[in-house]
Design a protein around this ligand. Structure first.
Ligand code: BEZ
Ligand code: FE
Length: 300
């Protein structure tokens, strides 16, 4: 922890604090009080950072170049600002602030940049894989509220990467694969075929990747399967499940998304083991997991 602001003379400290006061005052007439609070707090923290590290002009210029590069690589398919927020832990901190634990409701985690709104609907027991390659994985569970009541008709969105660690949107063609939505049945249950998740790197060929490399951090995420669950009068849940035993969990998830309660057993099944729905997998290895989901009430 730096104490370098203490190292400056009283006269210098007065120059610096006087500037902060004038910048803060420039926001005093903001009619939107929340906007005023946000801007003034941002100014306080930004100036505290600059003073704490005694930021050089060259470092500030490099920071601006970095943010410019983040902007330049961002388009409707590549969101480098989201990646930056993720690797700085800002996404997970915002989730923590906005999804306080409620009873035994399932924990939320990072959304990531690969969700698509219009994924195809599959029936219960359907397969989300499409053309994506990977080991088949049977996923099942029930959705309940925090009083244990089944939630029927909950909309469950699921998405994941293929066995090469790529989401469909990362290919140059227009494929839609390894994503779908389905609805819980009358007893709140759901089931589908997905792919056994594998660890993969977040996109690291841009400025965020260069930053990770400079600080010797890995871009790899622990293996996971994304869920978003929506039901009337209940808090929308954005989460993933992680694979128990994945070494990447101990090595660290590049976006800090792992929570112990979201680590699930994925039981590998020997070739020829009968499948839950009688599907013939032609002698392939497959896996199965269970994820019971508890939704908090809306607005808590
Ligand atoms: C993802 O899990 O899809 C993801 C999350 C954060 C950054 C990049 C990817
Ligand atoms: Fe992901």
């Amino acid at each position: 922890m730096s104490t370098s602001t203490n190292a400056v003379s009283e006269a210098q400290a007065a120059v610096e604090t006087n500037l902060i006061e004038r910048v803060l005052a420039s926001f005093d007439d903001t009619p939107d009080t929340r906007l005023r609070e946000l801007m003034q707090s941002l100014v306080r923290h930004l100036h505290a950072f600059i003073r704490d590290v005694r930021l050089t002009e060259d470092e500030w210029s490099k920071a601006i170049d970095f943010l410019t590069a983040v902007g330049h690589i961002t388009d409707d398919k590549r969101q480098e600002f989201v990646l930056l927020s993720d690797v700085l832990g800002a996404s997970m901190q915002t989730i923590a602030v906005n999804n306080e634990a409620y009873g035994d409701a399932t924990a939320a985690t990072v959304f990531g940049p690969f969700f698509l709104d219009n994924a195809p609907e599959i029936p219960l027991g359907g397969d989300i894989a499409g053309d994506a390659s990977g080991e088949p994985c049977w996923v099942e569970g029930a959705v309940t509220d925090t009083d244990g009541n089944p939630v029927s008709g909950a909309r469950i969105e699921v998405w994941e990467c293929d066995e090469d660690g790529l989401y469909d949107v990362q290919y140059d063609d227009a494929r839609v694969a390894a994503r779908a939505h389905l609805y819980t049945d009358d007893s709140g249950c759901y089931r589908f075929w997905g792919l056994t998740p594998v660890p993969y790197p977040i996109p690291h060929d841009g400025p965020v990747g260069a930053m990770l490399e400079a600080v010797r951090r890995s871009p790899v995420r622990a293996a996971h399967l994304h869920f978003m669950v929506r039901a009337e009068n209940l808090r929308t849940l954005v989460t993933h499940i992680f694979v128990d035993g994945d070494p990447q969990i101990a090595e660290g998830d590049s976006v800090f998304g792992v929570k112990d309660s979201l680590i699930k057993r994925f039981d590998r099944q020997a070739p020829g083991t009968p499948t839950p729905d009688g599907r013939d997998l032609g002698g392939r290895v497959w896996a199965r997991t269970r994820f019971d989901i508890i939704l908090a009430p809306a607005g808590v």
